[in-house]
Ligand binder design. Structure first.
Ligand code: NAD
Ligand code: IPM
Ligand code: MN
Length: 369
């Protein structure tokens, strides 16, 4: 058997609840595909603040670097909301992404047929939408310096800085084009080039990169109009590439298409993910659902585990080269939804554990286990 080392960072709120389903799924499918998963667990976010006084220790970064992939639940919550800056749970996650060099955040958004009715959008608008948000993850406003809040006699002032280099833009846009070649060959680059200098650079670099891909259509869209377009005509999009903060906002918006934010998975990578297993070396990655710690439903078994489960599927595909297992999990998610198993956010009464178990059972059946 091939052995893969996975670091689990469950985090806060519903994070541990969905991480338990992710782990159970990996434990179930491993033997069916000849893989052995070795788990190591660490603390991040509020849980790490409570235990160690810091949202992320160097030990966890080292453990991540020593593993083949990391799965993260979610961080943050009301207990830590009065903390500022680097003391906050969220800064642990940002530090982890940066330390691991994970500049590419892939957030696929698919509207499953079974969930067309779970979206507040008219069925004819949401049905069939299938897009990929490619979010730049280690630059922009999240990491710009200075970033500070001052309370000196000059009054209350705060500043954040939005920097981008051509190199940072080039590598993420290039990745978006390569991913578009495996899809419907269309890239929509989202910016605010009518106002921001960084967006003007973004658009210039995106246009240059686009010239290298004559077989892929490139369109530029301003973020305000693009956010409207995303829910008005979601099927117009194939690959959407954008800077860190715009990508954060647009991906939550896209959650509405899928029926719930709880449905969306993500992979954070440092380059192009392997597509055909065996032809390209599997890649290290951090896998996490797009949603947060959902304090409003934490501890009640109400969290939708599918964003976490689909993140596991991305892990198997990109980091372990186990495409068959990934396919089986994605099909199992559709099977479970079609059979009517749903958590409350998508209009059902199943618990986190019940929906997780349904997916596991169906994935195993598909793998012949
Ligand atoms: P959130 O994503 O936690 O929740 C937004 C809404 O979506 C809530 O109504 C919640 O109940 C619902 N929701 C989220 N995940 C769900 C799931 N799996 N199943 C069903 N419903 C789900 O966003 P928020 O409430 O604005 O933020 C809460 C905390 O989470 C904050 O501290 C925030 O910083 C943090 N956060 C963390 C991450 C992360 O760790 N990657 C992502 C986003 C927000
Ligand atoms: C996400 C989250 C994070 C982000 C926060 C928790 C730092 O919202 O992963 O989308 O803004 O990147
Ligand atoms: Mn977010």
């Amino acid at each position: 058997d091939r052995t893969f080392h996975i670091l689990l960072l469950p985090g806060d709120g519903v994070g541990p609840e969905v991480t338990a389903e992710a782990r159970a799924l990996l434990e179930a499918v491993g033997p069916a595909v000849g893989a052995r998963f070795v788990f190591n667990e660490g603390l991040i976010g509020g849980a790490a603040i409570d235990a160690y006084g810091t949202p992320l220790r160097d030990e966890e970064i080292d453990a991540a670097l020593a593993s083949d992939a990391v799965f993260l639940g979610a961080v943050g919550g009301p207990a830590w909301d009065n903390l500022r800056g680097e003391a906050r749970p969220e800064s642990g996650l940002l530090r982890l992404r940066k330390a691991l060099g994970l500049f590419a955040n892939l957030r696929p958004v698919r509207v499953f047929d079974a969930l067309v009715d779970a979206s507040p959008l008219k069925p004819q608008i949401a049905r069939g939408a299938d897009l990929l948000v490619v979010r730049e993850l280690t630059g922009g406003l999240y990491f710009g310096r200075p970033s500070e809040r001052r309370t000196d006699e000059a009054g209350r002032r705060a500043i954040d800085t939005l920097p981008y280099t051509d190199h940072e833009i080039e590598r993420i846009v290039d990745l978006a084009f390569r991913l578009a070649r495996q899809r419907r060959r269309k890239v929509t680059s989202i910016d605010k080039a009518n106002v921001l200098a960084t967006s003007q650079l973004w658009r210039e670099v995106a246009t240059e990169v686009g010239e290298r891909y004559p077989d892929v259509t490139l369109e530029h869209m301003l973020v305000d109009a693009g956010s409207m377009r995303l829910i008005a005509r979601p099927r117009d999009f194939d690959v959407l590439v954008t800077e860190n903060l715009f990508g954060d906002i647009l991906s939550d918006e896209a959650g509405v298409l899928a029926g719930s934010l709880g449905m969306l998975p993500s992979a954070s990578l440092h380059g192009e993910p392997p597509t055909r297993p065996g032809t390209v070396a599997p890649m290290f990655g951090l896998y996490e659902p797009v949603h947060g710690s959902a304090p409003d439903i934490a501890g009640q078994g109400l969290a939708n585990p599918l964003g976490a489960i689909l993140s596991v599927s991305m892990m198997l595909r990109f980091s372990f080269g186990l495409a068959d297992a990934a396919d089986a999990i994605e099909a199992a998610v559709e099977d479970a939804l079609a059979a009517g198993y749903r958590t409350r956010d998508i209009g059902g009464t199943a618990t986190t554990a019940e929906l997780g178990a349904q997916v596991r059972e169906r994935a195993l059946a598909r793998l012949g286990g």
